[in-house]
Structure formats: C-alpha cells, structure tokens
Design a protein around this ligand. Structure first.
Ligand code: AMP
Ligand code: ZN
Length: 113
C-alpha cells in the first residue's frame, strides 16, 4: 500500500475527513471541494489505483451499493443523483486510489463535460 497515497492516509486516519459511512471494506466521506450540494466519495480501504487495474467485482459492487445507501441517507435518492468513477487522465482522475463520486442535490447536465 503506497504510504503517500492521499486516500490511504484518510483510511488510516492520518488526514482528517468528514466520514459519512463506514463498512468493513469501504469508507465514504465528503469531497473537500464539492461540485454539488451533496458530493461524497466512496473508497475501498484496500489500495487500488483505478477501475483499469482491478478485476475485483465484489469490491466494485460494494462501492456502488454503499454509494446508493449514502444517497438514501443524504436524502437525494428519490430526486436523483449521479455516480461517477473517473479513470485515468482524460477523465480527469487526479487521485489514484479508486473512488466512486456520489453527486446530487441539484439538476445534472448530460452529457458530462
Ligand atoms: P478525481 O478527480 O475523480 O480523481 O477525484 C478526486 C476528488 O478528491 C476530487 O473531487 C477532490 O476534490 C477530492 N479530494 C482531494 N483531496 C481530498 C481530501 N483531502 N478530502 C476529501 N476529498 C478530497
Ligand atoms: Zn491508496
């Protein structure tokens, strides 16, 4: 596990984060620079660089289902929300510890920018 990975450091409690949900395998915390009224990141505790470097279907499924649970507890499930996993440079991935964005509380445009 990379010692200097930002999200691994959040998992280890070395960097503060506003945690909204935790399971044995994943944590969910508020994005530091929110792009919507609700913007939560769901990550596995285990380090994985990106969607391009995993075949762990259980982990991806757990992230998606925790994202859905967070959307319900944040009150955006009924109105609607977006889940996004940016992968590699062209998508805008900046943190190379896989994460699922959960965005909601406003109308989302489509296609995304
Ligand atoms: P991405 O561009 O898909 O890699 O998303 C990385 C996200 O991590 C961005 O939305 C950042 O605002 C967010 N972020 C960066 N540093 C932190 C931090 N210390 N705590 C919470 N979110 C962060
Ligand atoms: Zn990491």
């Amino acid at each position: 596990m990379p010692d200097d990975c930002l999200f691994c450091r959040i998992v280890r409690g070395e960097i503060p984060a506003k945690i909204v949900a935790e399971t044995e395998q994943c944590i969910a915390f508020r994005d530091i620079d929110p792009k919507a009224p609700v913007h939560v990141l769901v990550i596995p505790r285990e380090h994985v660089d990106s969607l391009d470097t995993t075949n762990d279907a259980m982990m991806i499924g757990r992230m998606a289902l925790l994202g859905a649970e967070v959307a319900r507890t944040e009150g955006i499930a009924e109105s609607g929300y977006r889940t996004v996993i940016n992968t590699n440079a062209a998508s805008g991935q900046t943190v190379f510890h896989i994460h699922l964005h959960v965005l909601g509380g406003r109308r989302m445009g489509w296609p995304p920018g």
